[in-house]
Ligand binder design. Structure first.
Ligand code: ADP
Ligand code: MG
Length: 298
């Protein structure tokens, strides 16, 4: 296991930021840590990188304990903090040299990480002259300098424009081919774009832990339709693929179909053939987006 978290609780004063959090990440996985602002993502990441200590519970990275083996933990991890403090007056290479010194790694790594993170065209510039996308590349290069097995990236694409976002996501995916990646985000599309698995956190508690392949496998589809008149449930069940009908209120029905094919046009034809008018017709998604909304609604 690359990461093992067991019943971690973190209090700031009397405020609970994490409550009894447990999960583990296997070697080679790319896991998205998804949750709204204030959910506890950064707190969890700071505990894993041994920057702060939990109030209770245990965590290990590469089998090293985050409290008793801080040094080994930090050697195992490449960490990109949420507000990555970069030295704007330093040249890219200078900064990476500085980072290489801290980790006591061979200077030959500097050119390697520059190539690996696509920094070559901007390498002669000062960090302050770089776009946000390139600054994130510098942050990633610094996180990679000691060639860690595990990357912990705290909201790595926040504040990037759409093109930079696509580039950085691609880079993270590429890094994920050889490393374990644990990245936080409040954007579910990010998880869909990069990750194999999602762990959803809300108000300091884990509310879901699923492989995306599991989520996408869901064959059911729910269509919500409002007619202008009452219809018998049994009547609606005459449409193909219907497995369940619920009359949620008045003339609104939730119809579950056992197919992924968009059934809205069938509902429309059905209404037309039976002289009903449709006032509303929507698909209820059972995918990550609706799961996230459901689980993090306050
Ligand atoms: P996220 O990264 O998911 O947005 P954080 O881990 O930063 O969430 O914060 C979780 C909760 O802990 C929030 O309510 C936040 O206000 C609180 N918090 C974070 N850091 C501190 C701190 N140093 N002192 C007090 N409260 C904090
Ligand atoms: Mg955060």
């Amino acid at each position: 296991m690359s990461i093992v978290v067991e019943k971690i609780t973190k209090l700031y004063g009397n405020q609970t930021a994490l409550k009894d959090v447990s999960f583990s990440v296997k070697k080679g996985e790319i896991v998205g840590f998804l949750g709204p602002n204030g959910a506890g993502k950064s707190t969890m990441m700071k505990i894993l990188t041994a920057y702060i200590e939990a109030s209770n519970g245990q965590a290990k990275v590469n089998e090293f304990d985050v409290i008793t083996q801080k040094k080994q933990v930090q050697q195992s991890i490449g960490y990109l903090p949420e507000h990555n403090p970069l030295y704007l007056e330093l040249y890219v290479k200078e900064y990476l040299k500085f980072t290489a010194n801290i980790y006591k790694t061979d200077k030959s790594r500097i050119d390697e990480v520059i190539a690996e993170t696509g920094l070559t065209p901007e390498v002669h510039k000062k960090i302050g002259q770089l776009s946000k996308g390139y600054r994130q590349r510098v942050g990633l290069a610094a996180a990679l300098i000691h060639n860690p097995d595990v990357l912990i990236l705290d909201e790595p694409t926040t504040g990037l424009d759409p093109n930079q976002l696509v580039d950085i996501r691609q880079l993270i995916k590429k890094l994920g081919q050889t490393k374990t990646v644990f990245l936080s985000t409040h954007i579910m599309q990010e998880v869909e774009a990069i990750c194999d698995r999602v762990i959803i956190i809300n108000r300091g508690e884990i509310v879901a832990d699923k492989y995306l392949s599991e989520l996408n496998k869901d064959q059911d589809q729910i269509v919500i339709v409002e007619f202008d008149f009452r219809v018998e449930d049994e009547f609606l069940k005459r449409m193909p693929h219907v497995i369940k009908v619920i009359n949620t209120h008045d003339f609104t029905y939730e119809i579950t179909f056992d197919t992924k094919k968009d059934m809205r046009s069938h509902v429309f034809d059905f209404a037309h053939d039976n002289n009903l008018k449709i006032l509303q017709l929507n698909q209820k998604n059972t995918n990550l987006e609706s799961l996230f909304r459901e689980l993090t609604a306050n």
